[in-house]
Design a protein around this ligand. Sequence first.
Ligand SMILES: NC(=O)c1ccc[n+]([C@@H]2O[C@H](COP(=O)([O-])OP(=O)(O)OC[C@H]3O[C@@H](n4cnc5c(N)ncnc54)[C@H](OP(=O)(O)O)[C@@H]3O)[C@@H](O)[C@H]2O)c1
Length: 300
Amino acid sequence: MTTLGSKSTAEQALQGQSLAGKTAIVTGATSGIGTETARVLALAGANVVFAVRSVKAGEELAAQLKASLPATAGTFTVEALDLGDLNSVRAFVKKWLDSGRAIHLLVNNAGIMATPQGTTPQGFELQVGTNHIGHFVLTTGLLPALEKAGEARIVTVSSDLHKRGNGQRLVSALQKLPTDYSPFGAYGDSKLANVLFVKALAKRLPKGVEAFSLHPGVIKTNLTRSMGLSGTIFRVIGGLFMKSIPQGAATSVFAATAPELKGKSGAYLADCHVVDASKEGVDAELAEKVWKLTETAAQA
Ligand SMILES: NC(=O)c1ccc[n+]([C@@H]2O[C@H](COP(=O)([O-])OP(=O)(O)OC[C@H]3O[C@@H](n4cnc5c(N)ncnc54)[C@H](OP(=O)(O)O)[C@@H]3O)[C@@H](O)[C@H]2O)c1
């Protein structure tokens, strides 16, 4: 067996496994590593649902991907989901549960980074609201469908920048209390929330369902779109040293499928390995606090 590492691609991370007959949801599949994650899961036979805010863009991309894959690949369907708006998330969950379908893989991939200061329709700081609260409501709402699959995985794409998050500021943001806003500070808080969410979630999951968070690496995608000129410079210069998109999607595919992760639910991964999260990222007390505050926030 080849050793997986920082240069492995998503296809290599699959380790030859078949996902035929399995259903996978990928949020934010219209761009970047989400598109590649969706493509590779479908290549392995999974029926992949794009959970995206632009259905038109999702349908165009799904048709292109389908045309590029062999006949043995799974199907693509596209469903509307705006993670920044809890009404949209609740509508997605209701529609899914009403359909009675099981979910084998849920990849919480969508994200925004370093946006100008803003709030969600429910009044939460935009990055924490979109990257964390939206995925919290989605995942906890879909748990009955994940349990129905018998064996299921939840993968939440965090970032090494969770280390720039601050637990106290996150706690304030979840209560809509004023914080000192900085674009990367709020991004770090949202990514710290992703790591803490998975820690607390792992303790609550029904038998057979496992959850992982991860850092995908640094990859040239559209994530820097809110950064203006500095984003362009970052992409051009940094692009020389970054992972490719197939490499950036590898840890997501690994987290969703690797048999060797069985029994390690709650872990944080990078480069297709379990690694240490930050000190606050492994703080069980903070994880419980953030869980309870997010449960309350989710009622908004
Ligand atoms: N690229 C990196 O170096 C890096 C490093 C660490 C972590 N990450 C994480 O990796 C994940 C994927 O990022 P990427 O680099 O592939 O970025 P990307 O190319 O910008 O893709 C982000 C995806 O998220 C979607 N999205 C944004 N806001 C949404 C919302 N409110 N509702 C639903 N979908 C929404 C976007 O949809 P639209 O097309 O509609 O905008 C897009 O499909 C993110 O969670 C990011 O934080 C990336």
